[in-house]
Design a protein around this ligand. Structure first.
Ligand SMILES: *Cc1c(COP(=O)(O)O)cnc(C)c1O
Length: 394
């Protein structure tokens, strides 16, 4: 066998699935400079508009000034600073947990935590639409892998009843490609009845849902019943890094076993310090104002797309076309009209469930959201959209 890299790329191309990196530069408000022109960005996860905010720029610059640039070692060697500990305390408080541990990314948090807690002889049960990092982490753990159809509590219960070893249920709280929410009360009820634990990935809920933007579990008053609360600093919090909030004992075990924490350089301490500021901002009055603008935009887009305000569950609203080529074409046409809205295709979502994935931010002005609605309505009339909001992902 030879390394036929060009052939592999041709295969991807022929299937209409070739992807490319595209650089852009930040512009004013929700605008970005892309391919030499200013367009409205409807694809970022910067839900509260923190990433480019003067507040966070200043906080990061100040932190670099006093902490330096890099951390120079892994956490267990000499990379841990006061800033990391402060951030972890702030995260624990934010999540109503005893402790928290920060990682270089959400992906790294999943990859470290899951195999540290479950292994051969155990069972990990995932919602079918769970993020790739959760699937990869479950595979890496060596535990038996079971999957239930999206939010299907009956199937989850059957899997719980037949699972062996220690059992971990894994789900997102807001699903990243569908924008809908986990059936959390039912999932928690079931995992408790069967003595299982729950890992809840709140990547897209933090900053957006719940009091102080603390997420879906907090909105429902259920945080104390979630053993592993996972999240990221890289979406609504505008920075970079992931975390697990849990009991003190779990955090201590992760320090000893989570390989993505132990065998990698600690995140720059300035990032941790800036993250503390981002958290304070997001929890406080500024965060509440940003959330109010974000939700005004969400309701307005849902109305404009004809999907009903009440079914808008998050800042992610997919318009499902089904056909990969149709989604690519609609995305290209929107770009021509000045809207950056990505087409999401296999393997990120299931074949035949390609979609436009619109994400909103507190930075969007009302008239900008209305203009997008008009463009989508014209380019993709309801008759060309596929039924159902939650077409299954691989
Ligand atoms: C983005 C995302 C992650 C990964 O977080 P990073 O900090 O970007 O690595 C994990 N889970 C979900 C659901 C996500 O959307």
């Amino acid at each position: 066998m030879s390394w036929d890299i060009a052939g592999a790329l041709r295969g991807i191309e022929a299937a209409g699935l070739r992807r490319e990196l595209r650089a852009l530069a930040p512009g004013p408000g929700a605008r970005v400079i892309f391919q030499g022109r200013e367009v409205l960005n409807f694809s970022s996860n910067d839900y509260l508009g923190l990433a480019a905010s003067p507040m966070l720029r200043a906080a990061l610059a100040e932190a670099v000034e006093c902490e330096g640039a890099g951390s120079a070692a892994s956490r267990l060697v000499c990379g841990t600073r006061g800033a990391h500990e402060e951030l972890e305390q702030a995260l624990a408080g934010f999540k109503g947990a005893e402790a928290a541990l920060s990682f270089t990314s959400g992906y790294a948090a999943a990859l470290g935590a899951l195999p540290a807690l479950a292994g051969r002889g155990d069972t990990v049960i995932l919602d079918k639409l769970s993020h790739a990092c959760l699937v990869d982490a479950a595979r890496l753990s060596g535990a038996d892998l079971r999957v239930f159809p999206h939010n299907h509590l009956g199937k989850l219960e059957r899997l719980l009843a037949s699972a062996r070893g220690r059992v971990l249920v894994v789900t997102e709280s807001v699903f990243s490609m569908d924008g809908d929410r986990a059936a959390l009360p039912g999932i928690i009820e079931l995992k408790e009845r069967h003595g299982a634990w729950l890992l809840l990935d709140e990547a897209h809920a933090v900053g957006v849902l719940g009091p102080e933007g603390r997420g879906l579990a907090a909105e429902l008053g259920l945080e104390k019943r979630v053993e592993l609360q996972m999240g990221t600093l890289s979406k609504a919090l505008g920075l970079c890094g992931g975390y697990i909030a849990a009991s003190r004992a779990v955090a201590d075990l992760l320090v000893n076993r989570a390989r993505s924490l132990i065998y990698t350089t600690a995140p720059p301490p300035a990032l941790a310090r800036a993250a503390v500021r981002a958290l304070e901002w997001a929890r406080g009055a500024h965060g509440d104002e940003a959330r109010a603008r974000l939700w005004r935009n969400i309701r307005s887009l849902a109305r404009g797309l004809g999907i009903g305000e009440e079914s808008a569950a998050s800042a992610i609203l997919p318009v499902i076309l089904g056909d990969e080529a149709a989604a690519m074409k609609a995305s290209a046409q929107l770009l021509e009209q000045g809207f950056l809205v990505p087409a999401i295709r296999y393997p990120t979502v299931a074949r035949g469930s390609a979609r436009l994935r619109i994400t909103l931010s507190a930075l969007h002005e009302e008239n900008e959201v209305e203009a997008l609605c008009d463009a989508v309505r014209f380019l993709v009339p309801p008759s060309e959209r596929a039924a159902g909001s939650a077409a299954s992902r691989r």
